[in-house]
Write a protein that binds this ligand. Structure first.
Ligand SMILES: [Fe+2]
Length: 372
C-alpha cells in the first residue's frame, strides 16, 4: 500500500497527504463528481449519471478510510458510498489546468528558430504521425517532406488528423500560379506578407493543411511567423501597444456578393491570465471601429508596430516546399505567407484545406495512450 494518508478536513472535505508531505484539500462535491459507482457513472458512455446540483449544497464527508487494497473508501453525509483508486485520485487532485498530455508550445524567434521538418516512413506510420504532431504542437507548424509518402490526396491525408472543415471556398482550395492565384487570399500581393486565414469566420478554421503538388519556381518560398513569440515581445517591450492590440475590437469582414462573414475580435487574443490564445491578422479584411481620434492614433500606431514585427527577420522563418511536401500549420498561432516571385519563373500548384484543432489533439493522445 502506498504511503498516501487521508483524513477529513475541517471544512467537511477530504485531505490527501502525499508521500512528500504535501497536503491537498478536496471538496466533497469535487470528490462526488468523480465517483465511479454504478449509480453515479455509466462506464459504457463515460458519462456521469448524477446531477450534482441535486445533491445537498452542504454535502460533507461523513467517513473515510484506506482499504487493504489501497483504495480510498468514502461515505458521504447523504449515505452514498464511493470507492476511489488512490493513485488515480492523487493524480487527479494534483492535475494542473495545463496537463493535457500534449507537448508544450515553445515560442521561437531568430535566436532559437528552427525548421520543424520530418520525413514519414510508411513502415512506421504511427510513430511518424506521433513525431509529426509533437513538432506541430511545440512549434506551431511542421513540414512533412515527401519522401516515404505514396502521394496521398490532400483531404485523405488531412482526415488522418481530423474532420475537414468546409469554408466558403469548398472542401479545399486549389491554387495554381500562374492561373487562379489572385482569386484567393493565398498569393495576392498583400498576402505574400505574413497573415492568418479566415479571421472573419466564427469559429476560425484552426489548422491549415497544405499540399505542394508542384513547385517549379526557383525562388518560391514559404514564410511563417510565430504569433506567440510576437505576443511575448509585444507584452515585454511595448506594453501600451500590447494593451491596444489585445483590447481593440477589430471588424473582420469578407463578402463575395452572396455570403457576408463578419466577426469582431482583437488582433491578439489573450485568456483571463493574460496568456496567449490567438493572433488575428489579415490585411484587406480588417476594419477599425470609429473610436475617438486619440484612441485610433494609438490603434494605428500599434498596428504599424505589429506589421513591422511580423515582417522583421527577427521573427520570420523562410523555407521551400518541394513537390509532394505537406505543411501543417496552426492558424490561430502562426502567420504564414509566401515570398514574392514572378509567375514567369515557373508553375506552382498548391492545395490546402482546414481541420479543427481537437482532431490532432485527439490523435496525439491516442498515439501516446493518454485518455485523460
Ligand atoms: Fe493564407
Amino acid at each position: 500500500m502506498s504511503s498516501l494518508e487521508i483524513m477529513k478536513s475541517p471544512r467537511s472535505g477530504l485531505i490527501l497527504v502525499r508521500s512528500d508531505g504535501a497536503r491537498i484539500e478536496v471538496h466533497p462535491l469535487w470528490l462526488r463528481e468523480r465517483c465511479r459507482a454504478k449509480s453515479s457513472y455509466d462506464m459504457s458512455s463515460h458519462q456521469r449519471l448524477v446531477d450534482l446540483s441535486s445533491l445537498p449544497a452542504d454535502l460533507a464527508i461523513a467517513d473515510c478510510r484506506r482499504l487493504e487494497s489501497g483504495d480510498v473508501h468514502v461515505c458521504f453525509s447523504d449515505n452514498h458510498e464511493s470507492r476511489y483508486d488512490h493513485a488515480e485520485l492523487l493524480a487527479e487532485a494534483s492535475r494542473l489546468p495545463t496537463d493535457d498530455c500534449l507537448p508544450q508550445a515553445v515560442a521561437w524567434t531568430v535566436t532559437n528558430r528552427c525548421l520543424p521538418q520530418i520525413s514519414l516512413n510508411p513502415e512506421q506510420i504511427q510513430e511518424g504521425l506521433r513525431d509529426v504532431l509533437a513538432l506541430f504542437f511545440r512549434h506551431g507548424f511542421v513540414v512533412i517532406r515527401a519522401s516515404g509518402l505514396n502521394s496521398p490526396k490532400l483531404t485523405a491525408f488531412a482526415e488522418q488528423f481530423g474532420s475537414v472543415r468546409t469554408t466558403q471556398f469548398g472542401m479545399y482550395i486549389d491554387l495554381e500560379t500562374p492561373g487562379s492565384a489572385q482569386q484567393h487570399s493565398g498569393h495576392s500581393p498583400l498576402f505574400s506578407a505574413p497573415h492568418t486565414d479566415f479571421p472573419y469566420r466564427a469559429p476560425i478554421p484552426d489548422v491549415q493543411m497544405l499540399h505542394c503538388l508542384k513547385n517549379e519556381a526557383t525562388t518560391e518560398m514559404s514564410t511563417v511567423v510565430d504569433g506567440m513569440a510576437v505576443y511575448q515581445e509585444l507584452k515585454a517591450r511595448h506594453p501600451a501597444a500590447f494593451r491596444t492590440l489585445t483590447t481593440t475590437p477589430v471588424r473582420f469582414r469578407f463578402t463575395d456578393g452572396h455570403k457576408t462573414l463578419v466577426e469582431w475580435r482583437p488582433h491578439v487574443s489573450i485568456d483571463s491570465n493574460g496568456d496567449f490564445r490567438a493572433i488575428h491578422f489579415s490585411p484587406g479584411f480588417d476594419l477599425a471601429p470609429l473610436l475617438p481620434h486619440p484612441e485610433l492614433d494609438a490603434y494605428y500606431n500599434a498596428k504599424r508596430l505589429l506589421v513591422e514585427m511580423l515582417r522583421s527577420p527577427q521573427f520570420l522563418v523562410e523555407f521551400r516546399l518541394n513537390d509532394g511536401d505537406f505543411l501543417i500549420l496552426n492558424n490561430r498561432r502562426m502567420l504564414h505567407g509566401g515570398a514574392s516571385f514572378s509567375p514567369e519563373e515557373g508553375y506552382v500548384h498548391h492545395q490546402y484545406c482546414y481541420i479543427d484543432l481537437d482532431g490532432p489533439r485527439s490523435v496525439y493522445r491516442a498515439l501516446v495512450r493518454c485518455d485523460d
